[in-house]
Ligand binder design. Structure first.
Ligand code: GTP
Length: 336
C-alpha cells in the first residue's frame, strides 16, 4: 500500500473568474475534474489511501468523491478553516496517515504522466528525506528552479526568478519521509516551496530530484487549463482517465460525456470537451473549448478557445473567443 496527500485548498487566483464558484482542482479537463485525473494516476501507481487537503470551497469535494471507493481508494478529507499554505496543509493532512510509510504529495493543479512508481522506488532505495519530480521547461522563469548534482541530489531550491540558473523545475509531486513532515510547525501557515525546501537544502538533508520529461502541465492559468483539456482529448497527455467513462462521442475533435446532445449540424473541433447533459445546437461551432456540464450552446453560436461554465445558456448570436462565459458574465481571458 502507498499513501498520498493531494493539495487542493488554494484560491486559484490566476484562474479567476473560473475559480469564483469552483475550486481549481474541480474545474473540468476533458469533462472530468482535475482531481479525478490525479486520483486515477495515483491509483495506477499503487496508491490506495489518499487525503484531500481542502480549504477554499471545501464543500464541493465530498459530494463528488465520497469515500473514494469508486476509484478503488480510501479517501479522507483534511479541511483547513483558513488556508495553511502548502507546508501547513501537508502537516495537517499527514495526521490522517500512517507514519511508517512514505507519503506522496501532489499539487492539485498538475497533470502528469511521469513514472510515480519509479519516484517512490528511488526515494525508498536512497532512504531520502524528500524525492521530488523535476521536469525541463523551455522558459523556467515562472517556476521554482531546482538544480541537481550528478547523483540527483538537490543543490538548491530557488523560487521564481528572472534569470533561472537551470531549466529543471519543481513539477509539484514529492515523496516525503514522515520524519521531515514532523519538522513542519503545526497549525501555522507555512510554504513548502519558500520555507521548508530551502531550509532542508541549507541543513544538508537528503533531498533528491528525479528528472522525468513525460507529459506534464500546470493547469494554473486559463490558457494552460484549455491546453491540458485538449491534450487529454487528443491523447497526447498519455492519460487513461477517459477509459471506461460513459461518453456519447470520442474522437480527436472532441469528447462528449453521458447525456450530452449534439445536433448533427453542429461543428465541434480542436479537442473540445462537452460535459454531461450539455446541448450543442444546429450550426453551432465549438473549437478548442471546454463546455461544462448542463451548458447549452444554442443554434448558430460560435465559441473558440473559451470556457463555458456549468448550466450556462449561450444564445445563437454570440460569437466569442478567448473568453469565460457564465450566466452572469462574459469575461475576456486575454492576455492568456
Ligand atoms: P494561484 O492563486 O493562482 O497561484 O493558485 P493556488 O492558490 O492554487 O496556488 P498554487 O498554484 O501556488 O498552489 C499549488 C497547489 O497547492 C494547488 O493545488 C493549491 O490548491 C494548493 N494549495 C495552495 N495553498 C494551499 C493551502 O493553503 N492549503 C491547501 N490545502 N492547499 C493549498
Amino acid at each position: 500500500m502507498a499513501q498520498a496527500i493531494l493539495l487542493v485548498g488554494g484560491f486559484g487566483t490566476r484562474l479567476m473568474p473560473l475559480t469564483r464558484n469552483v475550486p481549481k482542482p474541480m474545474l473540468p479537463v476533458a469533462g472530468l475534474p482535475v482531481t479525478e485525473h490525479q486520483l486515477v494516476t495515483a491509483r495506477r501507481a499503487g496508491i490506495t489511501s489518499l487525503v484531500l487537503a481542502t480549504s477554499y470551497l471545501s464543500d464541493v469535494f465530498i459530494p463528488y468523491f465520497g469515500d473514494g471507493s469508486r476509484w478503488g481508494m480510501h479517501l479522507q478529507y483534511a479541511v483547513e478553516e483558513e488556508p495553511l499554505g502548502t507546508g501547513g496543509a501537508i502537516r495537517n493532512a499527514a495526521q490522517l496517515l500512517t507514519r511508517d510509510e512514505s507519503i506522496v504529495i501532489v499539487n492539485g493543479d498538475v497533470l502528469s504522466s511521469h513514472d510515480l512508481t519509479r519516484q517512490i522506488q528511488m526515494h525508498e532505495s536512497l532512504d531520502a528525506d524528500v524525492t521530488m519530480h523535476l521536469t525541463h521547461v523551455a522558459d523556467a522563469r515562472a517556476y521554482g528552479c531546482v538544480p541537481i548534482d550528478k547523483d540527483g541530489r538537490v543543490a538548491a531550491f530557488l523560487e521564481k526568478m528572472e534569470n533561472p540558473v537551470a531549466n529543471t523545475i519543481n513539477a509539484g509531486c514529492y515523496v516525503f519521509n514522515s520524519r521531515v513532515i514532523d519538522r513542519i510547525p503545526a497549525g501555522k501557515v507555512v510554504s513548502i516551496e519558500r520555507e521548508v525546501f530551502p531550509e532542508l537544502v541549507d541543513q544538508g538533508r537528503a533531498l533528491y530530484g528525479m528528472v522525468d520529461d513525460s507529459y506534464w502541465i500546470d493547469i494554473g492559468t486559463p490558457a494552460a487549463l484549455l491546453q491540458g483539456s485538449i491534450d487529454v482529448v487528443r491523447n497526447t497527455a498519455n492519460s487513461a482517465v477517459l477509459d471506461g467513462v460513459a461518453l456519447v462521442h470520442r474522437s480527436q475533435d472532441y469528447v462528449a460525456h453521458e447525456g450530452a446532445i449534439i445536433d448533427p449540424g453542429a461543428i465541434i473541433t480542436g479537442g473540445s470537451a462537452i460535459g454531461r447533459a450539455a446541448h450543442i445546437g444546429v450550426g453551432a461551432i465549438v473549437d478548442g473549448s471546454i463546455i461544462c456540464d448542463g451548458a447549452k450552446v444554442l443554434a448558430g453560436a460560435h465559441i473558440r478557445k473559451s470556457f463555458v461554465a456549468a448550466g450556462t445558456n449561450v444564445s445563437g448570436k454570440l460569437n466569442v473567443h478567448d473568453s469565460y462565459i457564465s450566466t452572469e458574465e462574459i469575461t475576456s481571458l486575454l492576455p492568456l
